[in-house]
Design a protein around this ligand. Structure first.
Ligand SMILES: Cc1ncc(COP(=O)(O)O)c(C=O)c1O
Length: 291
């Protein structure tokens, strides 16, 4: 944690109990993952966003990918849900980050069925309505196809054809993502510049400096995130709700706020983040005075 709100919403809707795993610089706390997965047969799966993760921009190290591939689950039907949603979403094409292919590593580890890898064109072409893909072992794909035949009688072939024509190869996808980066990078740079100018070195906040993806993860002092988001709303700026980045909307420390600079214009981003820094200072002072 923090993580992607819809992963939590889907899991909650299916009535599955969720446990928090702290996110480190290079991926989840693998000691804890291994402990839960190997000791408890009630632990059936884990969500992962392995590259430029939502919201912290985390990129999993080779060691983390290998440890996932080598898990020895107590539950025979344990699966890793490897949502590689930001695979090509580099902010700076000179600094492209790469991760190990978990399917190869799982195969090498004699664990071919442990992972479902998926991604989509949602944040490339059309959100929620484009084309998605799934990669896994033959046995897993056959199992999933067996269910999918009841879910749909056919996919949107016009949409598939549009994508196949627009993106004849990987290079075409990367060329398109460079255009996204040209829009996104100045906004991310503006956020970083204003945050470090106004809050750097004060010891009241920290935030991620991602090389890709669509978010910046911001941490206030303990117990301030909800107040900051509410004060921002009063000031006319709507942000993702505090707590949204945790299962059940419960951030145990009430610290994390997801900043999404993609939609607003560069000028709006600059203005909103300036207001944000004032609000964070105010909320921090109030907290310090109350202690
Ligand atoms: C990690 C992650 N996965 C998936 C999605 C959405 O993709 P799709 O529309 O294909 O479900 C998002 C969008 O924000 C995301 O951040």
């Amino acid at each position: 944690m923090p993580g992607y709100d819809r992963h939590f919403a889907v899991t909650e809707a299916f009535g599955v109990t969720m446990l928090n795993i702290p996110l480190k610089e290079d991926g989840p706390d693998m000691d804890l993952v291994e402990k839960y997965v190997s000791e408890d047969p009630a632990v059936k799966g884990i969500w992962c966003v392995p590259k430029y993760g939502n919201p912290a921009g985390t990129v999993y190290s080779d060691e983390v990918v290998r440890r996932f591939a080598n898990l020895k689950p107590a539950a025979p039907d344990f699966r890793i849900f490897w949502d590689n949603a930001y695979n090509v979403h580099h902010l700076d094409f000179e600094k492209q980050r790469q991760i190990l292919n978990i399917l190869d590593e799982a195969e090498k580890a004699g664990n071919p069925d442990i992972v479902y890898v998926f991604g989509s064109f949602s944040k490339i072409t059309f959100p929620g309505s484009s084309v998605s893909g799934l990669a896994s072992s033959k046995a897993n794909l056959e199992d999933i196809a067996g269910n999918m035949k009841y879910q749909t009688i056919g996919h949107n072939k016009i949409m598939q054809l549009m994508h196949a024509r627009y993106f004849p190869d990987r290079e075409a996808i990367l060329a398109h993502m460079k255009k996204h980066a040209a829009i996104m990078k100045p906004k991310f740079d503006a956020v970083e510049e204003i945050l470090s100018e106004e809050l750097g070195g004060l010891g009241i906040a920290d935030w991620s400096k991602p090389d890709g993806g669509y978010f910046i993860s911001f941490n206030t002092m303990e117990g301030c995130a909800k107040t900051v988001v509410a004060m921002m709303k009063d000031a006319g700026v709507t942000m993702t709700g505090a707590g949204a980045t945790y299962p059940y909307h419960k951030d145990p420390e009430d610290r994390n706020i997801r900043i999404a600079p993609s939609f607003a214009t560069l000028e709006e981003v600059r203005e909103a983040i300036r207001i944000f820094t004032v609000v964070v200072r105010l909320a921090s002072v109030e907290k310090l005075l109350s202690e």
